[in-house]
Design a protein around this ligand. Sequence first.
Ligand code: 5GP
Ligand code: MN
Length: 338
Amino acid sequence: MNFEDFNNVKQILSEPKKIAIVPHRNPDGDAYGSSLALYHYLLKFNHKVTIVSPNDCPEFLKWMPGEDQIVIYENDTVNATNILEEAEIIFALDFNALHRVGDRMFQALKKLDPIYIMIDHHQQPEGFAQFTYSDSSVCSTCQMLYQFIEKLDELDKIDLDIATCLYAGILTDTGSFRFPATTSETHRIVADLLDKGANNSEIYNKIHNVSSYDRLQLLGKALQNMKVVEGYKTAYITLSQSELNNNNFKKGDTEGFVNYALSLKNVIFAAIFIEDRKQGIIKISFRSVGDFSVNEFSRNHFNGGGHINAAGGKSDESLDKTISNFLDILPLYKNELQ
Ligand code: 5GP
Ligand code: MN
């Protein structure tokens, strides 16, 4: 978005509108953080605003201010569809291809013709939005939303709730400020959020120190299943549906597991393969350190995408077949994985 686009957006938002905010399916801290921050922001201008999320978030995000107001498309489809149909503007946050809302909601959105405003930091944005604010060098959509509000010259509207939501999203998408996309600008923005009242320690604890006993047992199983692929600086973890069931798996329980594989000395590429019998897929998370692009890897072989060092994908094959495919693909990247 250029200067003129920001002026146009400011103009469009200068009168009360019916607005829907949509995060991607399986919303994470950044998706919910940016959606909720924008929700609280737009309410200050008397817009009619609703967040419609494709599905529910994990338990560790359920404390976020305004989270209880979010309409879940999967659970409340008729109401959610009405809201989307009525919306004059739909904000698409933390995703850049419309199908990332999941199949059913994607089909519903395809029938509509709102003004789309996309704010996102993933690679290779699609052109579905009238206004696309996209920068894949930025650590999080929450940082981009802060910059969006800054460009609208409205930073003074950031209150405690907005600061808390933005902080939570930046915290989670930067792996607590350790990933390379964390910049001095990120820290300046975070400093401002703290000045506006965000409680860093409390937010960290609410997100990270809420493991159940079952989750840690499942982590134990995941670590037992971890394998290193000699010669490729690669490690991967598998979790079958029965292993998930045996440990009373709940949504969000496997968050962060893949990072243990990446933390091995000399490993630069890590993956976790999680069986989902209900959806009939294997959900995959890829992580890397350095130049090896898991975005490209996932796009090319596993119907996914994301960022250079963090991407997701899926496979319709069995868990065993998916792993054998993965191992067959690795030699194509022998040079990059030395
Ligand atoms: P995660 O592995 O934590 O689910 O996702 C890592 C990153 O890749 C996130 O930024 C997420 O939005 C993105 N991502 C996850 N799954 C998919 C997918 O199926 N397609 C695309 N394009 N991106 C994904
Ligand atoms: Mn994000």
